[in-house]
Ligand binder design. Structure first.
Ligand SMILES: Nc1ncnc2c1ncn2[C@@H]1O[C@H](COP(=O)(O)OP(=O)(O)OP(=O)(O)O)[C@@H](O)[C@H]1O
Ligand SMILES: [Mg+2]
Length: 375
């Protein structure tokens, strides 16, 4: 992931979003860092509950109570009104600030897993898209309607001039998802955040929506932050991938590098728990041992240490791993890569080093072969 400064559209730095509950302070996002490049796709992966959705919502200040962004920065590098470059820290704006409302839809749009979360049941789809257009543009209702029909056509809806007058409940799940994408694209955002937008759809519709997003992205140079559980989808659409664990990003880098030579023990465990094409058929895939700690009661030091085969007693339980940049542009949060790791542990500068979690396992052999190829 070679990153030129001009290339960077959005930087999430040390983001913290907490929910204050009766049982304690839930640190749903706990120091997350992400870098999004212009026109590129960053996929965010990680087990359920690791903070992917809350991170996405925090970027746009859409976190619901009792949650709130309590720290960090969300730096949007955009062209200002006169065309001059400007940087806005979205985390510093209140959820109802006029400036964040301008960013929503115009600079950054979001689509959710469940289209009905952002579509109204009682308004025709054309009116809903038209309103989204008129929030940011001074155009007549007739012009907004004309653009709505055009957008519905662009997202592959047949007979858009008829569907523009339909209500969402008259449409199938795939059609609603397309309507939501049309609404998100209505103001030509520089970044589309998509939170598992295809999970609720059948496989064929899912493939169509992914193709559609790829086409739209190509034609508009739009960047995408795409949240998914599906590594097949990541392999298909991602330029970069970020792996989240318990509210922080433990590894981010170019997708080829991360998939072929995962550095963080969690990334490796996560990838090993996914079936691979062409792999010898095995009875069971390894599951990541243990379970994700309660985000309201997190362990000291590295929060993955209790599940990690490489944990170093006396270090991993006392020190929170800082983000470390590796030579290939990868960022990893793991003390194995601190440069001051004790002898016998990983040295990131040594290209021969790869994790060998299970030398007898087929997956370990495959990963090592691929890593050797990648190096
Ligand atoms: N309203 C809320 N009140 C308290 N805790 C919450 C609330 N919403 C989310 N959380 C907590 O925040 C953490 C992160 O949740 P989030 O929805 O971001 O996970 P996720 O990675 O998107 O998971 P999934 O893959 O299941 O969608 C979870 O531990 C969740 O319990
Ligand atoms: Mg989620």
């Amino acid at each position: 992931m070679s990153t030129q400064p001009d290339d960077v559209l959005l930087e999430v730095k040390g983001l913290r979003t907490h929910f204050t509950t009766d049982t304690g302070e839930v640190r749903a996002v706990n120091g997350a860092d992400l870098t999004l490049r212009r026109g590129r796709t960053l996929c965010v992966v990680g087990e359920s509950g690791c903070g992917k959705s809350v991170t996405a919502r925090s970027i746009l200040q859409l976190v619901e109570r009792p949650g709130r962004v309590v720290g960090g920065q969300v730096l949007l590098h955009r062209r200002g009104p006169g065309g001059a470059a400007e940087t806005v820290d979205l985390a510093a704006l209140g959820p109802r600030d006029r400036r964040i409302r301008q960013v929503r839809g115009r600079d950054i749009a979001m689509v959710f897993q469940e289209p009905m979360a952002s579509l109204s049941l009682v308004h025709r789809v054309g009116n809903q898209i038209g309103e989204a257009i008129r929030v940011h543009n001074r155009v007549s209702r007739a012009e907004a309607r004309r653009r709505s029909v055009e957008l519905l056509g662009r997202v592959g809806i047949p007979a858009p001039e008829r569907i523009v007058d339909a209500y969402p409940f008259q449409l199938s799940g795939g059609m609603r998802q397309r309507v939501m994408i049309a609404m998100a694209l209505s103001c030509e955002p520089e970044l589309l955040i998509a939170d598992e937008p295809t999970t609720a759809l059948d496989v064929t519709t899912q493939a169509q929506i992914l193709d559609l997003l790829a086409d739209l992205q190509d034609s508009r140079g739009m960047a995408m932050l795409f949240i998914t559980h599906d590594m097949g989808v990541v392999a298909e659409i991602a330029d970069d991938v970020a792996v989240m664990y318990l509210g922080s990003v433990v590894e981010q880098g170019a997708v080829d590098g991360v998939f072929h030579a995962p550095r963080h023990p969690y990334t490796r465990a996560l990838l090993e728990s996914v079936p691979r094409m062409g792999a010898p058929r095995r009875e069971r895939l390894p599951a990541i041992r243990g379970s994700v700690p309660d985000p309201a009661h997190q362990p000291s030091g590295c929060v993955f240490r209790d599940r990690c085969d490489h944990a170093m007693p006396g270090r991993c339980d006392t020190t929170v791993p800082p983000p470390v940049s590796l030579a290939d542009g990868r960022r990893v949060r793991c003390l194995l890569y601190g440069g001051d790791a004790p002898a016998g542990h990983a040295d990131p500068a040594d290209p021969a080093h790869q994790f060998r979690p299970d030398p007898a396992g087929a997956s370990a052999r495959r990963a090592d072969e691929e890593a050797a190829d990648a190096d």
